[in-house]
Design a protein around this ligand. Structure first.
Ligand SMILES: Cc1ncc(COP(=O)(O)O)c(C=O)c1O
Length: 391
């Protein structure tokens, strides 16, 4: 713990090169293998940047041992998470509240079954990361998807809508902060109002906060579990270092739940149908928590530059509207004015693969992943311009 790099201690940082173009073909990349090599794939949410050297070195060191047997979580890893959350978000939790899971997505689904009764009604959101909708859809429970309110191209959950959509048997609400798609970062006031509405309806909150490490200057991430006593007792917070440090292929996730009974219920299926996390996931995550902060700072500087490139490009394309990107690298773009059935196809014809809005229940939108070197992003934005000028 003594050599841990905290956010307040970032002097004499090494410089990391986010401009380096790394060929990802023939690496079994989901993102890069889907299309021909002449297409720039800016769809799935991983980054084209090398993971921090501290993570690569830690994995290499473990590899050198040459035995990869069954393993448990390293001693002290929960303490590292506690320290990280205190340092980053001023959120005080206990190590016992943390439960490790192999992926955040599997927990989105298992929680619906494990913490609600079969007759429950579940609230989810739209537009939202497809697994957050599908977890409610596939649960066998009744569910409603609350449409987020669009205020000046900022999407947010309106607490009134929770009250309007809840039923007498509503037991659980899914929440996403920072939100995917769009990148909304909720303020303390917004979170307090949402938590209050959840309290009024006696809802458990399942809060997906996987993008919390990539908040742009001027905003800050506040875990909803930290805004009130009710929220602390009734929230299951899902987190991971996967997105921030670009390790989803070697990543770990966890949920945090203060309430013992709820935590026990939520933990059902772990170690059986949901496998235990693997050894490399622990190593990568621990290194990110302990030594990743200098890299994360420079990542955010670089992404901020890319966000600027994107928003400048959008200003010259009045047919498109970019939502406020307060966090992360996933730009959400309305193409409503184009009046085409599937705008992603239009851009694909010009050599850019964007995530079709249909994945988020909005066919006339696309999502762009800007976590790529500037040379690639600039070329993709040029191709998007070309696609529109050829219409
Ligand atoms: C909101 C959200 N939750 C979860 C995930 C995936 O988490 P994991 O890969 O740890 O299962 C993503 C990936 O894009 C995401 O955007």
């Amino acid at each position: 713990m003594s050599n841990r790099v905290f956010s307040s201690n970032l002097t004499s940082m090494p410089v990391f090169n986010f401009d380096r173009v790394i060929n990802r073909f023939n690496t079994d990349s989901v993102r890069w293998d889907k299309y021909d090599s002449n297409v720039i794939p800016l769809w799935v949410a991983d980054m084209d940047f090398a993971s921090p050297p501290c993570i690569v070195d830690a994995l290499k060191e473990r590899m050198n041992h040459e035995i990869f047997g069954y393993s448990h979580s390293p001693e002290g890893l929960k303490q590292d998470i506690v320290a990280y959350l205190q340092d980053q978000f001023n959120w005080q939790i206990e190590p016992d509240w943390i439960v490790f899971v192999p992926s955040l997505v599997s927990s989105l689904y298992s929680l619906a079954n494990n913490i609600t009764s079969p007759k429950a009604h579940i609230l989810t959101l739209q537009p939202v990361y497809h697994h957050i909708l599908n977890a409610a859809k596939n649960s066998g429970r009744d569910y409603s998807a609350i449409s987020l309110t669009n205020t000046d191209y900022r999407l947010a959950l309106n607490p009134e809508a929770i009250l309007r959509s809840a039923k007498s048997n509503s037991e659980l609400i899914y929440f996403c902060n920072p939100h995917n798609p769009g990148g909304t970062v909720y303020s303390f006031d917004e979170l307090s109002q949402i938590a209050k509405a959840c309290e009024q309806e006696n809802l458990i909150i399942c809060s997906d906060e996987i993008h919390c490490g990539m908040v742009y200057p001027g905003k800050k991430h506040i875990p909803i579990a930290s805004v009130s006593e009710y929220a602390a007792e009734r929230t299951i917070t899902l987190m991971s270092m996967n997105k921030t440090f670009n390790i989803p292929g070697a990543g770990l996730a966890w949920f945090i739940c203060k309430n013992n009974d709820l935590r026990k219920k939520a933990s059902k299926d772990l170690g059986t149908t949901i496998p235990d996390p693997q050894i490399f996931t622990y190593i990568a995550t621990r290194s990110a928590l302990q030594h990743g902060e200098p890299w994360r700072h420079q990542l955010m500087d670089y992404l901020e530059g890319n966000r600027q490139l994107l928003s400048d490009a959008m200003k010259n394309l009045p047919q498109l509207s970019l939502y406020k990107m307060e966090a992360s690298y996933l730009g959400w773009i309305s193409c409503q004015n184009l009046n085409v059935e599937d705008p992603s196809q239009l851009f694909l014809k010009s050599g850019v693969a964007l995530q079709p809005g249909a994945m988020f229940q909005q066919n006339d939108h696309v999502r762009i992943n800007i976590a790529t070197p500037k040379t690639i992003l600039n070329e993709a934005l040029d191709r998007m311009r070309l696609a529109l000028s050829a219409m």
